[in-house]
Design a protein around this ligand. Structure first.
Ligand code: ARG
Length: 459
């Protein structure tokens, strides 16, 4: 039998494989709440404009509420033959209320319907990402405040570079996550225009009120071009792009947690809640959650690449290719939210081994730059010469198997006679970080100022 929704010009039904490749109900049923919300707004507008009767609109509105509760109760008979969520809802509405159900699709197409539903869904996900990022930022700020004085090695090339504080390191991620948050806020603003009423592609001859439906669905305004409204998915691409960048940040922090929790580093311990054991090695405590967060970028970036590739080269307006947008965005959103929640939990529960951080900070000649800077400041050497002198002192300490502050004044003076005992004042790691008072530097005072700034922003 031909399709009940569009089968008028068809004699036969689709091949089973055609039905399988065509149907999206297996996943777009996730849009049921948005679909029903959009339909209710549309029906109310049609009645207000005198396009359908108030009586029909009321029957439609009540019927849709019944459909909603059926789906939420989990006893809705989703049908593959009915392709997607839009036709499944409408067909059920017809079972429930009969003839008036057929009036709902007046001045509307599935093209503007799906664009509206999906925008509503992605908009909610932006809100969810903003909320989750906010929670993560708060946890990181709290940990940063606590560790504002805890000295640890700062790395470049993962080689010890200069001492920093744990608080400073945490606040670096606060900055990154805050930018991520602002990307979702920004994307949300841009996507908050309503496609409904664009109909199939050209608009409609019915006297509809697009401003009314836009307002009732919480959009700032209707989209201004009907072709654009049904054919673009840049809002989904923007959500995926923001998600991808955020996932990169999560992945980097996750990688640091994996390294830091290793027996070789021992900077941190993950709590039991965020660790797993090994079925063969009894001593193991594995940072699985961190590893999985590190991996999520793979599928989130994968979703971005997939949808960008689907969209490129599509002629206006709607093409069925665009049905491929949903699974990618669903998967990316689900995994991003999970990763954000796991990261916030893990950071909150992290045990930081302050003494190990400090011991590691002192190793690896991490205050060599401080020594070179002292030679510039106190002995008047050009920086390049100071760099060279310091390099010789590092080599001397390395040969002697000691750290820079362990060299005697005589040993130092044998390399450069201008060195005095005051040099020892800059060699300790605490002196080093305390001196980095430039704006945004790692000095505890600067870190605390940034913590205070963020606390005020976060309220
Ligand atoms: N399930 C479709 C999608 O997700 C709905 C739009 C169908 N439009 C059409 N002209 N066949 O894209």
């Amino acid at each position: 039998a031909s399709n009940a929704m569009w089968g008028g010009r068809f004699a036969a039904g689709p091949d089973a494989i055609m039905e399988a490749i065509n149907a999206s109900i297996g996943y777009d049923q996730r849009l049921y709440a948005q679909d029903i919300r959009g339909s209710r707004a549309h029906a109310a507008m049609l009645a207000a404009q005198g396009i359908i009767s108030d009586k029909d609109a009321q029957a439609i509105g009540e019927g849709l509420i019944t459909v909603l509760s059926e789906i939420e109760a989990g006893d809705f008979p989703f049908s593959t033959a009915l392709e997607d969520i839009h036709m499944n809802v409408e067909a059920r509405l017809k079972d429930l209320i009969g003839e008036p159900a057929g009036r709902l699709h007046t001045a509307r197409s599935r093209n503007d319907q799906v664009a509206t539903d999906f925008r509503l869904w992605v908009r909610e996900q932006c809100d969810a990402a903003i909320t989750s990022l906010d929670a993560l930022i708060r946890v990181a700020v709290t940990r940063a405040e606590e560790g504002a004085d805890w000295v640890m090695p700062g790395f470049t090339h993962l080689q010890t570079a200069q001492p920093v504080t744990f608080g400073h390191h945490m606040m670096a991620y606060v900055e990154m996550f805050a930018r991520d948050k602002s990307r979702f806020e920004d994307a949300r603003k841009r996507m908050n225009e309503c496609p409904l009423g664009a109909a199939a592609l050209a608009g409609t001859g019915f006297n509809i009120d697009r401003h009314a439906t836009a307002a009732s669905l919480g959009f700032d305004r209707p989209m201004a071009n009907s072709l654009d409204a049904v054919s673009d998915r840049d809002f989904a691409l923007e959500f995926l792009s923001a998600s991808t960048i955020c996932a990169v940040h999560l992945s980097r922090l996750a990688e640091e947690l994996v390294i830091w929790s290793s027996a070789q580093f021992r900077f941190v311990s993950m709590s039991d809640k965020w660790s797993t054991g090994s079925s063969i090695m009894p001593q193991k405590r594995n940072p699985d959650a961190a590893e999985l967060i590190r991996a999520k970028i793979g599928r989130i970036l994968g979703a971005s690449v997939a949808l960008f590739t689907v969209m490129k080269g599509l002629p206006l307006a709607y093409s069925k290719d665009m049905q491929e947008d949903k699974e990618q965005v669903f998967d990316a959103a689900d995994n991003l939210m999970l990763a954000l929640a796991a990261m916030a939990g893990m950071i909150g529960d992290l045990t930081v081994h302050q003494a190990n951080l400090e011991a590691a900070a002192s190793a690896g000649f991490s205050t060599a730059t401080d020594l070179a800077d002292w030679l510039v400041r106190e002995a008047g050497l050009p920086f390049r010469d100071a760099h060279h002198v310091t390099g010789s002192l590092v080599a001397m300490a390395e040969d002697a198997g000691c750290d820079l502050p362990d060299l005697t004044l005589e040993q130092m003076q044998s390399v450069n006679p201008a060195i005095t005992k005051d040099v020892f004042g800059v060699l300790g790691v605490h002196n080093s970080v305390a001196s980095r008072m430039s704006y945004g530097g790692t000095a505890p005072e600067q870190v605390r100022a940034q913590v205070a700034r963020w606390k005020e922003i976060l309220g």
